[in-house]
Ligand binder design. Sequence first.
Ligand SMILES: CC(C)(COP(=O)(O)OP(=O)(O)OC[C@H]1O[C@@H](n2cnc3c(N)ncnc32)[C@H](O)[C@@H]1OP(=O)(O)O)[C@@H](O)C(=O)NCCC(=O)NCCS
Length: 177
Amino acid sequence: MLFKELQTDRLLLKNISSDDREFIFSQFSDNVVNRYLFDAEPLINVQGADNIIEFYLQPEPRLQHRWVLVRKEDGIRIGTCGFHCWNMNDNTCDVGYDLKEIYWGKGYMAEAMETIISFAYEQMNLKKINACIYVDNGRSIKLAEKLGFKFNGETQMVSFRGKVYEHKIFTLDLGIL
Ligand SMILES: CC(C)(COP(=O)(O)OP(=O)(O)OC[C@H]1O[C@@H](n2cnc3c(N)ncnc32)[C@H](O)[C@@H]1OP(=O)(O)O)[C@@H](O)C(=O)NCCC(=O)NCCS
C-alpha cells in the first residue's frame, strides 16, 4: 500500500475513510469552504460525501488520494488535502486542500502540505505538482506561493452555473527542491 497515514507536529493526516462521512458532508456543504471551489456543487446530503469517499478509496494503484487533517491535541477534524489526476507517465499531479474557516490563519495547511509534498517527492516520485487556483482566492495563492509554487503562465477557464471563472495554474517544481 503506497498511501499511508502521515504526521506533522500538530496534525495526524489520516487516510479518508467511511468514518469521515459526516465531516466530509459538513466540509463540502459549507458555503465558505466552497466559495472558490468551482469544480462541483456544494453537497446537499451525505450520499454526496459517500461518493467523494468512494472515489478516494478505489483500490490501489489509483490516481488520487485524500487525507483528513485531525488535530492531535483534541482529535478534531479540521480539513482535508490530497492529490488527484496523478499522471504516472510524466510524474505530475494536481493538489487540493481545504480547512474549516475557524482554523484559518494558524499555519495548519502549510504544515500538512509540506508533509504531503515530501511524500509526493519520496514515495510518488513526482516531478511537478500543480494547483489550479481561482484568481480571487488570495489565501490559497498565498499558501501555494509560500510553499514554493509559482504561476506557470497557464490559465484555465472553468465553467460553473453558466459563468466562467479564470483560474491560474501554480506549479511546484520538485526537481529544484
Ligand atoms: C486555502 C486555505 C487552506 C488557506 O488557509 P490558511 O489558514 O490561510 O493557510 P495556513 O493553514 O497555511 O495558514 C497560513 C496563515 O497562518 C498564519 N500562521 C499562524 N501561525 C502559524 C504557524 N505556526 N506556521 C505558519 N503559519 C502560521 C500565517 O501567518 C498565515 O496567516 P495570514 O494568511 O493571515 O498571513 C483556506 O483558505 C481554505 O480552506 N479555503 C477554502 C478552500 C479553498 O479555497 N481551497 C483551495 C482551493 S485552490
